[in-house]
Design a binder for this molecule. Structure first.
Ligand SMILES: *[C@@H]1O[C@H](CO)[C@@H](O)[C@H](O)[C@H]1NC(C)=O
Ligand SMILES: *[C@@H]1O[C@H](CO)[C@@H](O)[C@H](O)[C@H]1NC(C)=O
Length: 243
């Protein structure tokens, strides 16, 4: 009985904790949105890796040549119901280290036989600085030697692209696509990678946890109250028999 009475308080506390997490997350997203509005950075020739976490979601402008021979495909990826992959190509920066750029989505038919667009010569790229993305329990291990990448493991990808001896730094940029839907469609039909929108896409599921825990707290409180009332009644009913 004591245990059952404890549940409403316990779930209420969990709900309150998630409420704090929600406020924290909203503040974080606001901060990142602000960061995203800043002018694009141009990265130094050799990037200090220890400061990258402070610059996540900052816009960066890059210039260099693609190293298509070391392109990697992140699979499977879905864009508006279409199946395909994300193309990650090392960018050999002019007078600087080589870094990794997720150029965006191409559909399955272009990904399967690597017929997606492979620009030659000097390119300019506008992107967003990111880090390795968390994988969930269902994400398989990457198999670089078979060209199978399921999640962005920036260190392993930099190693695949040649590693330190080839001047590759484990820095990951997602290319931004600012065109409209029609343009994206044209690119998709030609196998030109479509980059991401310049938005903050952090998961924020705390609100649903808040609702769940508080609802559970209310429900268990109600059940506990009914239990108490029933007990009282049954005690009351039984009493006369013993008299
Ligand atoms: C990289 O940045 C950190 C933190 O700002 C600093 O302590 C460190 O000396 C820098 N490393 C290099 C090689 O500049
Ligand atoms: C890169 O180096 C070349 C030759 O050393 C120089 O002419 C060019 O201006 C440099 N580019 C940048 C962006 O610094």
């Amino acid at each position: 009985m004591l245990l059952v009475g404890f549940i409403p308080f316990f779930t209420f506390a969990l709900g309150t904790w998630q409420l704090h997490r929600l406020q924290w997350k909203i503040a974080l997203i606001d901060e990142l949105e602000e960061k995203l509005q800043l002018q694009p950075l141009s990265l130094p020739s050799k990037i200090n890796l220890s400061v990258i976490p402070d610059f996540v979601f900052r816009k960066v402008s890059l210039r260099g040549k693609w190293d298509h021979a070391h392109s990697m495909l992140l699979v499977p990826r879905v864009r508006e119901g279409m199946h395909g992959a994300h193309v990650v190509t090392p960018l050999i920066r002019e007078n600087g280290s080589t870094i990794l750029v997720d150029r965006g989505f191409v559909s399955k038919e272009f990904a399967l036989d690597s017929t997606y667009q492979q620009e030659e010569g000097e390119v300019e790229v506008l992107g967003m600085l990111r880090t390795s993305q968390p994988r969930n329990n269902f994400t398989p291990n990457n198999v670089p030697e078979e060209g199978k990448w399921y999640w962005t493991d920036v260190d392993a990808m930099a190693e695949y692209a040649g590693g330190e001896r080839e001047g590759v730094q484990p820095v990951f940029v997602e290319q931004i696509f600012e065109g409209h839907a029609g343009e994206a469609g044209t690119r998709l039909s030609k196998g030109i990678p479509v980059g991401r929108a310049a938005t903050i896409d952090l998961r924020n599921s705390h609100l649903s946890y808040v609702v769940t825990w508080y609802a559970l707290s209310g429900l268990t409180a109600f059940m506990f109250a009914r239990l108490l009332v029933n007990k009282k009644h049954s005690v009351g009913r039984k009493m006369p028999r013993f008299n």
